[in-house]
Write a protein that binds this ligand. Structure first.
Ligand code: NAD
Length: 352
């Protein structure tokens, strides 16, 4: 029998396929916007400038200082640039860092957002903003934060370095893994999760060999859209809490941390959520933890938190922080078990 559920579907318009980045001008017209502030990180500034040239008078300017974890100081600078340029909307070209800046602006002034997504992190389809101020990362969920239009043009991802493609893809898979056992899951989010992981599994295997394979790049973006949509709809548990703690308090890089922790957090919940995780374990032909670990290793992903600079002496503090505020997880969150999980992730050992 299908279990009862409540499904709150996020609104949004998605354009998918090679060449869709050309549609930015038309999408601005649909939104009734006339002056877009284009956002990027410093490393994608040239792409942002090209986009500005393409849309000509519709571009109010380029702000290319987006940074990881959305520092409030950068947002305030971008808001000043938005005002000074007389902008009426934002176009974020990039991954989670740039999208976070667009969301932070929209949360403050309700500007419409167009996102041209170039990684697999999934932020473009969530109403969630994580921002940092004075070393503290806070998370806000609000309808104003959800971008109005998302453009997935796989041609723009051909240059995403292989290492980043792998960790970003595993970051997307992590949303799906936690999505299938989420307390507020429903049959549609579970379908999206399994299909998203399947698409990413197949695509990443090709991308590590042929990074410029457009078909694989398309499939990876399709998978990341599905996995991101799951993240934007249902609640996350132990895995995301651990990564949030490790990123926020120990300054570990976002996608790499997700990639390393995922097999261990999945193994932690393997028995408690065995039925929900079964379709995902089947995709990797093993137990969920061991299967994800072998998959990550086959792609050349980082496997050990110690390689990201975390010290063994910091694991106790990380475990304390990760169990501090109670939250729902299929298996009770116990300090000693979480400490043991972190030890294995730190060493890079295969989950038992
Ligand atoms: P990122 O946006 O920081 O990108 C990493 C680097 O890769 C940047 O220098 C970027 O310019 C570059 N890059 C991106 N796409 C590229 C491409 N196609 N070709 C070449 N270079 C490219 O990385 P990310 O993992 O996408 O985002 C991480 C951030 O997003 C974190 O701050 C995380 O907290 C946030 N995030 C938020 C949500 C949410 O729902 N709020 C979801 C996922 C991630």
């Amino acid at each position: 029998m299908t279990a009862s559920f409540t499904y709150e579907i996020n609104p949004g318009r998605v354009l998918f396929g090679p060449g869709t980045a050309e549609a930015v001008a038309g999408e601005l017209g649909r939104l009734g916007a006339e002056r877009a502030l284009i956002l990027s990180t410093p490393s994608q500034r040239a792409d942002a400038q090209k986009l500005a040239e393409r849309i000509g008078p519709l571009a109010a300017g380029v702000f290319s200082e987006a940074a990881m974890h959305t520092p409030v100081a950068v947002t305030l600078k971008a808001l000043a640039a938005f005002e000074a340029a007389g902008a009426d909307c934002v176009v974020a070209l990039g991954g989670g860092s740039t999208i976070g800046l667009g969301k932070a602006i929209a949360w403050r002034n309700d500007a419409p957002q167009i996102v041209v997504a170039t990684t697999y992190a999934g932020s473009e389809v969530t109403p969630i903003l994580g921002q940092t101020e004075d070393g503290i990362k806070t998370t806000i969920r609000d309808a104003k934060i959800l971008p109005e239009v998302v453009i997935y043009d796989p041609a723009l991802t051909l240059g995403l370095p292989v290492a980043m493609s792998v960790t970003s893809g595993l970051n997307a898979i992590a949303h799906a893994v936690e999505g299938v056992y989420a307390k507020d899951r429903n049959p549609v989010t579970s379908l999206m999760a399994v299909e998203g992981v399947r698409a990413l599994r197949d695509a990443l295997r090709v991308i590590v060999v042929r990074p410029d394979d457009l078909a694989a790049r398309s499939d990876a973006l399709y998978g990341s859209w599905l996995c991101g949509s799951v993240l934007g709809t249902v609640g996350m548990s132990l895995h995301h809490k651990l990564c949030h703690t490790l990123g926020g308090s120990f300054d570990l890089p976002h996608a790499e941390t997700h990639a390393i922790v995922l097999p261990h957090s999945a193994a932690y919940n393997a028995q408690a959520a065995a039925q929900e995780l079964r379709p995902l374990a089947d995709l990797f032909g093993d137990s969920i933890g061991g299967g994800l670990y072998d998959f990550a290793r086959s792609l050349g992903a980082p496997l050990a938190l110690k390689d990201l600079g975390l010290k063994e002496s910091q694991l106790d503090a990380a475990a304390d922080l990760a169990v501090k505020n109670p939250y729902w997880n299929p298996r009770p969150v116990e300090r000693e078990a979480v400490r043991a999980l972190l030890q294995r992730a730190w060493e890079g050992a295969r989950p038992e």
